[in-house]
Design a protein around this ligand. Structure first.
Ligand code: ZN
Length: 196
């Protein structure tokens, strides 16, 4: 498992609701936490590790062993209130930062790995993180939410990422979008089947 970088196909995939949690999925989630700590992140979404599933992990403390490890499965955001602009970054867009307007407060309802429903009212940084991660599940990146001026300022850096992906493809070191799509479909088949 590794953290995918822009403009990887899976980052634009609209993830599917999870209907099954098993030991293998719990192990994948544990690996997501490890990767997130390695990268000094506070959140990591399924898409970012090539999983087309509606789940993300969060630990506002950044450090392993501190804070609270939270897993959000099939999250639903509601009661978004207020507006706040702040600098944002993303583990899939290393070293890029930009101002993004987000709701100040948000209510989130989700399931944990034991299948238990939980909900929380968040504000400040945690509200921002939840909105950022939830966007990932819809294939949305923070660069999509920047102002036109912000997007323009970032254009050159994004082109560098795009060129890098193209050269990996040319070297045969990255699958085609079709191959990726087939693999994602296998995950969906395994974890997103409607229950009987
Ligand atoms: Zn991100």
């Amino acid at each position: 498992m590794q953290i995918l970088t822009y403009p990887h196909y899976t980052l634009r995939y609209k993830s599917k609701p999870v209907t099954r949690v098993d030991a293998a999925l719990r192990k994948l989630v544990a690996e997501m936490f490890d990767l997130m700590y390695e990268a000094s992140g506070v959140g990591l979404a399924g898409n970012q590790v090539d999983l087309p599933l509606r789940l993300f992990v969060v630990n506002m403390a950044v450090e392993q062993g501190e804070g609270e490890e939270l897993v959000f499965i099939n999250p639903v955001l509601s009661h978004l209130k207020g507006n706040e602009e702040a600098d944002e970054g993303c583990l899939s867009l290393p070293e890029l930062y930009g101002n993004v307007v987000r709701a100040k407060q948000v209510h989130v309802q989700a399931y944990n790995l034991r299948g238990e429903e939980f909900s929380a009212d968040l504000d400040g940084l945690s509200a921002r993180v939840i909105q950022h991660e939830n966007d990932h599940l819809d294939g949305v990146l923070f660069i999509d939410r920047m102002t036109t001026a912000g997007k323009l300022a970032m254009r050159e850096s994004l082109e560098e990422f795009e060129l890098e992906q193209k050269s990996l493809r040319d070297l045969g070191q990255l699958e085609s979008d079709q191959e990726i799509e087939l693999r994602l479909a296998e995950w969906v088949q395994k974890y997103c089947q409607p229950s009987e």
